[in-house]
Design a protein around this ligand. Structure first.
Ligand code: 5AD
Length: 362
């Protein structure tokens, strides 16, 4: 069997360093598992998620960075997101665009969505993410047409983030050319899921598994800091994603949203979010792991810090200005702009995809 890490890999060296140090046994046992290519135990993940000591966290982050380097390289992928509708039939307690919240609603026209996708592609993004509330206005046929047009005109990967749909629709969208689908589990704690989401947990998990079985590059992920959520729950989220065959994960802190039942709840912990990125990288070495806008909303630098903790993707927003401020899933949502992101990442000597580099300098 081919070993994942050779003796001269960065991961091997980092693990040796950890094993030869005075670090706590839990960190050492986790490091041994990484090098043996075995999954961390729930207890080990809980321990790592709860790390507070800055030296220990640095070891965790460095190990995650080595695992990223050895498995997927250090290139940062910039993806373009278009939030094409903020209508939503759901009423999730945490979300600012829940159906019962009073926000000005908008829907982008088909042509406008395609035009925006072409613009994003011209900036060099390798994936166009189409995101919306759960909006039945966009029928199967409309979504199918949009996917086809974007594929024909841009040849970029199309990723859908439009919530729950029927398995038959997933198949149609796949045939039309969508290769990725984000459907976060939000939390695998069934009680919390059903409390905040007001909907059937089993169906959610069924749909995620359906996406995996249809060979979508499937995105899961959770919200860190939901009411009542424990570190054990977050560890279970990571274990679930590994076992379900999840290949992308959107993990972000809870940010209170005005007008929602959770508006006065505390913001989720940025520290735990970063620890969760590192654990997810250790558990699913090949994962596409974006640093989320929610984390950047707490502090822009934290969003960049996540690249030191195993992340390798950032989503840049291409939603036209007229709509953007109304896609208010939480308050003060950070505007992640293309040029600013490229400039910041270049200053930090992060490697970007060739396409982005070429387009940003022309
Ligand atoms: N805080 C953090 N994340 C949120 N989302 C929605 N509302 C919030 C909030 N208040 C996330 C959900 C959803 C994604 C598009 O945004 O996880 O899947």
């Amino acid at each position: 069997m081919l070993e994942r890490y050779s003796q001269d890999s960065l991961t091997f060296k980092k693990v040796e360093e950890i094993l030869n140090s005075n670090l706590p046994d839990n960190l050492k046992s986790a490091a041994s598992k990484v090098i043996e290519d075995r999954p961390l135990s729930r207890e080990e993940i809980v321990y790592l998620l709860g790390l507070k000591d800055s030296v220990e966290r640095k070891y965790l982050f460095d190990l995650a960075s080595c695992v990223r380097h050895d498995n997927v390289g250090d290139t940062i992928f910039i993806k373009g997101i278009i939030e094409f509708s903020n209508y939503c039939k759901r009423d999730c307690l945490y979300c600012g665009i829940r159906s019962s919240n009073k926000v000005p609603r908008y829907r982008m026209k088909e042509d406008e969505i395609v035009k925006t996708a072409i613009e994003a592609a011209n900036y060099g993004v390798d994936t166009i993410i189409l995101q919306s509330g759960e909006d039945p206005f966009y029928t199967t046929e409309i979504i199918e047409r949009i996917i086809k047009k974007i594929r024909e005109t841009t040849h970029r990967a199309v990723s859908l983030s439009i919530g729950e749909r029927e398995p038959e629709e997933f198949e149609i969208f796949k045939k039309a050319g969508a290769s990725k689908y984000l459907l976060k589990q939000e939390t695998v704690n069934k009680k919390i899921f059903e409390m905040v989401h007001g909907d059937d947990y089993e169906r959610r998990i069924f749909l995620i598994k359906t996406l995996v079985s249809l060979k979508y590059i499937t995105g899961g992920g959770d919200i860190i800091g939901l009411p009542g959520q424990t570190l054990e729950d977050i560890a279970d989220d990571i274990i679930f994603m590994r076992e379900a065959g999840i290949k992308m994960a959107g993990i972000g802190p809870f940010i209170p949203a005005r007008g929602t039942p959770l508006e006065n709840y505390p913001t989720g912990s940025a520290e735990i979010t970063l620890n969760a990125y590192a654990c997810t990288r250790l558990m699913i070495p090949l994962i596409q792991l974006p640093t989320t806008t929610a984390l950047g909303t707490i502090d822009k630098n934290l969003q960049y810090k996540a690249f030191d903790a195993g992340c390798n993707v950032i989503m840049v927003n291409f939603t036209p200005d007229t709509y953007r401020s109304n896609y208010r899933i939480y308050d003060n949502k950070r505007k992640v702009e293309f040029y600013e992101t490229v400039r910041d990442l270049s200053k930090m000597n992060r490697r970007l995809t060739a396409l982005v580099k070429a387009r940003s300098s022309s």
